[in-house]
Design a protein around this ligand. Structure first.
Ligand code: SAH
Ligand code: SF4
Ligand code: F3S
Length: 453
């Protein structure tokens, strides 16, 4: 019998993207070959997300779509990731899934698949206090930008959130294994790394904290640009902001989820900070790095949220003038503490409040982006733009997507300097791109100031 073929789809956060790269490495090691069409696969895998109900509904739709393929061949259907952890046997019993493997059991995925090929149902959902997969080299695809998970799990227990239940206890990877990986990525031509964790600020290993790790990663592989996500405002330190300001290859970009602008709601969410403390971090970040881009996550319609609470959220958006936001309607998650509260904000009200936040943010994003028109910006090229091969796209240090006409000598992984000529709420447009060295691209000095708005 030849090699087994598998097909994989990835949903949810960047941690799942990074986990799929581990799964790809684990399966390749055991002789599996990946295929691009589910029809050609012996195993169809979905790496899934449970964070909101509609994320799960979407997966049920996919499982249904794969069923006919299953009948036609001896195909095995597997659910990995957070839904596997949350729903376990239910996926087998009610949805006809053959293999269910949670985020801490990927090393055994090949064994579970073997069992399923023999006709057994396989469920592996043990969580671990120690598993970090730090000895495994992920199988990465994109040769420009790499995710490096630095910690797994989450101990914050925000009251609305399922992640502590699906990902288990927080554990940090060893400092040296992270630095080695960064060095290796720089050697093999990568240009950018993003340090990943549900709460990177909680990183702690052998006396080192996140600011130490960030600085060390920036210093160990200077041709690399360094990003990180996600920051929790409660574990935030002044030294992290100083590291961003001092290291030219640490990107001037902060994803700092606020969730609500109301102290009463923040308390019910168990977020552990007040809005005043949150705004202090924002102000200090801008004091140290004036053009730092700040993005956020927000939830509309948390239980008991009043119009006044909602207006407080809008007010924070106006005050911070975010560069971007991931905006969600509250969705009760059965395991979480908030699920025991009365989900008393009517759906219509949640929708309307969410829409008001979205509309405001679109205006802010557009104004912030348009303020860059006329400026020269350095861009790390990621590849052809979505709409045309004649145009390239890439990102600035502060994580803005820039689309521009392709000069003949420029390819993915190059840095270019260009002039911003137009902007929408989602994209900057540039012209006159010319190739520059990475070193010249880091934190372009005075020329990059946005216009006052
Ligand atoms: N660890 C990260 C993000 C985890 S989930 C952090 O703490 O920032 C990503 C986002 O999904 C959260 O920031 C939150 O805004 C949203 N989210 C999580 N649970 C939710 C729920 N039950 N309903 C609606 N949105 C939720
Ligand atoms: Fe969920 Fe809060 Fe942990 Fe983020 S910090 S993963 S929102 S519990
Ligand atoms: Fe979703 Fe799990 Fe990530 S619930 S957001 S895939 S940690």
């Amino acid at each position: 019998m030849g090699a087994k073929h598998y097909y994989i789809e990835t949903y949810g956060c960047q941690m799942n993207v990074a986990d799929s790269e581990l799964v790809n490495a684990i399966l390749a090691e055991r002789g599996y070959e990946r295929v691009e069409n589910a029809e050609d696969a012996d195993a169809i895998l979905m790496n899934t997300c449970s964070v909101r109900e509609n994320a799960e509904t979407r997966i049920y739709g996919r499982i249904g779509a794969f069923k006919p393929m299953k009948r036609a061949t001896a195909t095995v259907v597997g659910v990995l990731g957070c839904m596997a952890e949350r729903l376990r046997d239910e996926l087998v019993e009610r949805h006809g899934v053959d293999v269910v493997v949670g985020p801490d059991e990927y090393r055994r995925l090949p064994d579970y698949l073997e069992a399923a090929f023999r006709g057994e149902k396989a469920v592996g959902v043990k969580l671990s206090r120690t598993e970090t997969y730090e000895d495994l080299a992920p199988l990465r695809e994109n040769g420009v930008s790499a995710w490096i998970p630095i910690a797994r799990g989450c101990d914050r227990f925000c009251s609305y959130c399922v992640v502590p239940y699906t990902r288990g206890r927080e554990r940090s990877r060893s400092f040296t294994s992270i630095l080695e990986e960064a060095k290796e990525l720089a050697r093999s031509g990568y240009r950018e790394i993003t340090l990943l964790g549900q709460n990177v600020n909680a990183y702690a290993e052998g006396g080192a904290d996140f600011a130490d790790l960030l600085a060390a990663c920036a210093d160990v592989a200077p041709p690399l640009r360094v990003r990180f996500a996600t920051s929790h405002p409660s574990d935030f330190s002044e030294r992290i902001l100083q590291t961003i300001a001092e290291r030219r290859n640490v990107c001037a970009y902060l994803h700092l989820p606020v969730q609500s602008g109301s102290n009463r709601v923040l308390e019910l969410m168990n977020r552990g900070y007040t809005i005043e403390r949150y705004l202090d971090i924002v102000d200090r970040a801008r004091e140290l790095s004036p053009d730092i881009a700040i993005t956020t996550d927000v939830i509309a319609g948390f239980p008991t949220e009043t119009e006044e609470d909602h207006r407080a959220t809008l007010e924070v958006f106006r005050r911070v003038r975010y560069d971007g936001a991931y905006m969600f309607r509250y969705s009760p998650r059965p395991e979480s503490k908030a699920a025991r509260m009365d989900d008393d904000v009517p759906e219509e009200t949640k929708k309307r409040r969410l829409q008001e936040i979205i509309d405001l943010q679109r205006t802010l994003s557009e104004e912030n982006n348009r303020a860059w028109i006329g400026a020269e910006r350095a861009v790390l090229v990621e590849g052809a733009s979505k709409k045309s091969d004649e145009r390239l796209s890439g990102r600035t240090d502060d994580n803005k997507l820039v689309v521009f006409p392709k000069p003949s000598n420029v390819a993915a992984g190059d840095y270019v300097l260009l002039r911003i000529t137009d902007a929408t709420s989602a994209t900057l447009f540039g012209e006159g791109a010319r190739k520059i060295e990475a070193e010249a691209a880091f934190r372009e000095d005075g020329s990059a100031k946005r216009r006052a708005i």
